[in-house]
Design a protein around this ligand. Structure first.
Ligand code: RI2
Length: 322
């Protein structure tokens, strides 16, 4: 995507947020969405545009910088679309205010969606159950937290999730909730699946056919879970539904730096192999038992009906030049 026109001012806060999303200082699909929306609010605040057209051009340029950070989690473009949808006004002041209203409404809806989803997901969990987690998903944690608040006692096998070990964040969060946590290396998952009542994963994007795009390793886990007969549930707010897949687009899988897998010195010691580091993979719908959203629980194959209802058949790209 092209750089914004050189005369368009983009706030420092937007560049900082974009860098933090790119480096995964800010990560997790829902967290990225909130940060991107808030960065548009910061852009509106920082703007000294002298006309509504100039204000809109700046906002578009900011959105483009945010959009370009990570390609897989659709919550990011969906957040940008949401904020732009309600930006309206005849003066710069009106526009600024409408950005703030829209950002606040978006962030409120994210919070509400996550707690509604948490209640749905908690209904699946029974007192004494054991779950297995992959990576770190705030939507998954919302389900477990609600179940714990309902008085259910839970145990968890937490996969460490190489290469970035986000499982450590999950382990800490679950321990703080009072869940009995066992940390395992990723390749030990199959060994313990017989002891597990539910595999719980999040999503970065969900395609119209019900495929779940989530942290690398999810698809292998799902195939193993199916083989063992362990139900696998994806907890994903509707902001993770990828509307462009309705019209045949595919979801880009982000490739990240080799250094996340092996440092330069070690790579040199082992003969400098080619290193591939895909951040996500695609789990076909036949390996997923249910997708839990704030709008209820869906068999993956029927998520398309919800996607149509919420997004229609076409999407806008507010970060693109008009
Ligand atoms: P929540 C994460 O991606 C994981 O893949 C996780 O399952 C997903 O986002 C959803 O996270 P990354 O940003 O929105 O760590 O449920 O690459 O928090």
């Amino acid at each position: 995507m092209s750089d914004p026109a050189p005369d368009v001012e983009v706030a420092e806060a937007v560049h900082r947020t974009a860098e933090d999303i790119g480096s995964m200082e800010i990560r997790g699909a829902a967290t990225i969405a909130a940060a991107a929306a808030e960065a548009l609010g910061a852009q509106a605040d920082a703007s000294d545009a002298d006309s509504p057209a100039a204000f809109r051009a700046e906002l578009r340029a900011a959105a483009r910088i945010l959009y370009d950070t990570r390609p897989t989690a659709v919550s990011l473009p969906n957040a940008l679309r949401y904020v732009f949808r309600d930006v309206d006004g005849r003066t710069v002041e009106d526009l600024r205010e409408s950005v703030h209203t829209s950002v606040a409404e978006f962030c409120d809806r994210l919070d509400t969606a996550q707690s509604d989803l948490g209640r749905m997901g908690a209904n699946r969990l029974r007192d004494g159950d054991t779950v297995m987690t992959h990576c770190h998903s705030t939507d998954v944690l919302a389900c477990v937290e609600t179940a714990v608040e309902q008085g259910k006692s839970l145990s968890a096998y937490v996969k460490e999730t190489r290469p970035r070990n986000q499982g450590h964040i999950t382990a800490e969060a679950l321990s703080e909730m009072g869940v009995d946590v066992t940390l395992i290396v990723d390749s030990a998952a199959r060994r313990y699946l017989n002891d597990v009542d539910h595999v719980l994963v999040g999503a970065d994007s969900i395609a119209a056919d019900g495929s779940v795009i989530n942290k690398i390793g999810t698809s292998g886990l799902a195939v193993n879970a199916r083989d063992r007969g362990t139900p696998i549930v994806c907890a994903a707010q509707t902001i993770k539904l990828h509307p462009e897949t309705l019209t045949g687009h595919t979801v880009d899988i982000e490739m990240r730096a080799e250094e996340e897998v092996v440092d330069e010195e070690t790579a040199a010691d082992i003969g400098d192999p080619t290193v591939l580091n895909p951040a996500f993979d695609v789990t076909p719908p036949r390996y997923v038992d249910a997708i839990v959203t704030e709008r209820g629980q869906y068999p993956p194959e029927s998520i398309v009906t919800l996607m149509r209802e919420l997004f229609g058949e076409s999407t806008s790209d507010p970060w693109a030049e008009p």
